[in-house]
Design a protein around this ligand. Structure first.
Ligand code: HSE
Length: 312
């Protein structure tokens, strides 16, 4: 094999109550990585499309190639050479798992080019290194679902214990990206280090409720559980209109609405595609009232995760 083209989807991390432990992928948009063998050893970023020149072009500084360098080192391969092209199909700093999509497309592309020496689960920790490069924190709630598909739970980081749980087929996500940017590093920095026992109890109840609601297709329980008393109250101040957009989503029939990852994108979950479309319009209208443009995406939960698009 000399050439691989891989796709990894956008993701919604945290999913209200599950900071750093819940995430799911949507169908589109997603990033595409092309990797082509070359004679000389070493990785070269030949081109990046769609980043307006903002991402580093050096292989040891860009998430897409950092993950590949970690993989090659782990596999003990030092004579490998390839050119990498990254197609960024989502905005940076959007809360849509942009860096995760690049990192995941990178690991599955290289793995396929090397004839799959690693399983998807084994690729996870390499993809997490891309998050460390992009945001200073190796969280797995974007890379996990982008790689594995489905609704992903990170039960533990040390040791890493990640799995997907079943979720209702009629569960739809509305993802609205307002035209502003929030850096994940900054959005993590503003969080409090300590949480009260009262809030911990509330959050744990909601996490348990969310997992059981998803697994039993109990939409009312999902609805009651989509409450975040720890992160959302702090981060929502970074998103203009947050309260009004959230209320508009709920009024339009969403089960719940919160910040996607570290924001500024906001997501809502709804029962059925039709409701999810109405919710999208309602959220967009609210942002538009204060002249904030936004992009909307409505999708079911992506059960497949990253895919190989082409090979030669
Ligand atoms: N769990 C991470 C955070 C996701 O909220 O900082 C970032 O997309």
């Amino acid at each position: 094999m000399n050439y691989i083209k891989a796709y990894a989807p956008a993701t919604v991390a945290n999913v209200a109550c599950g900071f750093d432990i819940f995430g799911f992928a949507i169908e589109e948009p997603g990033d595409v990585v092309e990797i082509r063998r070359r004679e000389e050893p070493g990785l070269v970023i030949a081109d990046i499309h769609g980043d307006e020149g903002r991402l580093p072009r050096e292989a040891d500084r860009n998430a897409v190639t950092v993950v590949m360098l970690h993989m090659l080192k782990h596999l003990g391969i030092d004579d490998f050479g390839a050119e990498v092209v990254l197609h960024k199909n989502m905005p940076l700093g959007s809360g849509m798992g942009s860096s995760a999509a690049s990192a995941v497309a990178g690991v599955i592309a290289l793995n396929a080019l090397l004839d799959n020496p690693l399983t998807r689960s084994e690729l996870l920790r390499f993809a997490m290194e891309g998050e460390r490069t992009a945001s200073g924190s190796a969280h797995a709630d974007n890379v996990g679902p982008a790689l594995l598909g489905g609704f992903v739970v990170i039960r533990s980081y040390d040791p890493l214990d990640v799995f997907s749980i079943p979720c209702p087929t009629d569960l739809y996500c509305t993802l609205v990206h307002p035209d502003i940017e929030i850096n994940t590093k900054d959005a993590r920095y503003i969080l409090r280090d300590e949480v009260s026992l009262k809030d911990t109890i509330t959050q744990m109840g909601n996490v348990a409720g969310m997992v059981s609601g998803l697994m039993q297709s109990d939409y009312e329980r999902i609805k009651r559980s989509m409450v975040d008393v720890i992160i959302e109250p702090v981060r929502s101040i970074l998103i203009p209109q947050f309260g009004l957009v959230k209320q508009a989503a709920l009024d339009a029939g969403a089960l719940g609405c919160s910040i996607s990852g570290s924001g500024p994108s906001m997501f809502a979950l709804s029962r059925g595609q039709e409701t999810a479309m109405l919710v999208a319009q309602a959220m967009k209208d609210e942002f538009n009232k204060v002249n904030i443009d936004c992009h909307m995406h409505v999708s079911c939960i992506n059960m497949q995760g990253a895919t190989i698009l082409d090979q030669a």
